[in-house]
Structures are given as structure tokens and as C-alpha cells.
Ligand binder design. Structure first.
Ligand code: ZN
Ligand code: ZN
Length: 134
């Protein structure tokens, strides 16, 4: 059982996940753009039962949008830890790729979504398939 570890910027929130992940998604949608403050976001989709908050659970705050929890972040440093998306990834955590301790090959993006909303300067990586559905 291979594990991947990660943490927020202040390292008070630590997490681990067990491979394999379901997929790794690069998302160009407007919600991610606003919530992350970056031009696109990359998420590790992992089943709930394979994701563990190892420490700092009490520091995790959750932002709700449309009365649903959608982004959980460290209230000490503000780093996003994970999100949820019940529509496309029911029963999953969407863990912020940037919070992973190391960029292991298992974390390479596998799909790109909402590419129609992407910034024009963002180069689509040819080898990462585009998922056009909603
Ligand atoms: Zn933190
Ligand atoms: Zn998004």
C-alpha cells in the first residue's frame, strides 16, 4: 500500500492518501479560479476512504457554496487542503495537488476540464486528455 503525504503551508494540517488515486484533474473553471486565486487548479481525486487528515483537523475550515461544502482550508495559513465535488466525484476528496509533499509520477494530471474557460496564455498539455462533458 503506497501512501502519499501532504500538508498545508504552515504544516499544521497534515494529510495522507493511499494510492491508487481515481484521477488527477486540471480544472480551468471559474469556481476554482476564484476560490484558488490562480488561473487553473489541479486536484487529486481520491476516494474518501483512502484519504486521512493526520493532524490539524480542528484547524480545517470549510467554505460552503450553494449550501454545499466545497473547499476545506487551513484556518491558520489559508492553504486549501481539499475540495469536494458531489456532481462529478461523488464519494471523493479532491486534494489540492500543490499540498502534496512531493510531485510523484502517480500525481501527473490525467484529464483537463473546463478548458473552454481557460486563460488564453495557458498552454494545453497535449498529452493530457480534455474532458468536454459537464
Ligand atoms: Zn496551515
Ligand atoms: Zn474547477
Amino acid at each position: 500500500m503506497k501512501k502519499i503525504k501532504g500538508a498545508c503551508h504552515c504544516k499544521k494540517v497534515q494529510w495522507s492518501l493511499i494510492l491508487p488515486v481515481t484521477t488527477v484533474v486540471q480544472c480551468h473553471c471559474d469556481n476554482c479560479r476564484k476560490m484558488q486565486g490562480s488561473d487553473y487548479s489541479t486536484w487529486i481525486a481520491v476516494p474518501d476512504k483512502q484519504f486521512f487528515v493526520e493532524s490539524g483537523n480542528e484547524l480545517i475550515s470549510t467554505y460552503e457554496f450553494n449550501e454545499r461544502p466545497c473547499k476545506s482550508f487551513c484556518s491558520s495559513c489559508g492553504s486549501v487542503v481539499y475540495g469536494v465535488n458531489g456532481k462529478h466525484f461523488n464519494g471523493h476528496k479532491l486534494v489540492a495537488l500543490g499540498s502534496a509533499e512531493k510531485y510523484l509520477k502517480e500525481l501527473k494530471p490525467q484529464i483537463q476540464v473546463y478548458t473552454e474557460n481557460k486563460a488564453e496564455w495557458v498552454q494545453i498539455q497535449e498529452e493530457v486528455p480534455i474532458f468536454a462533458g459537464k
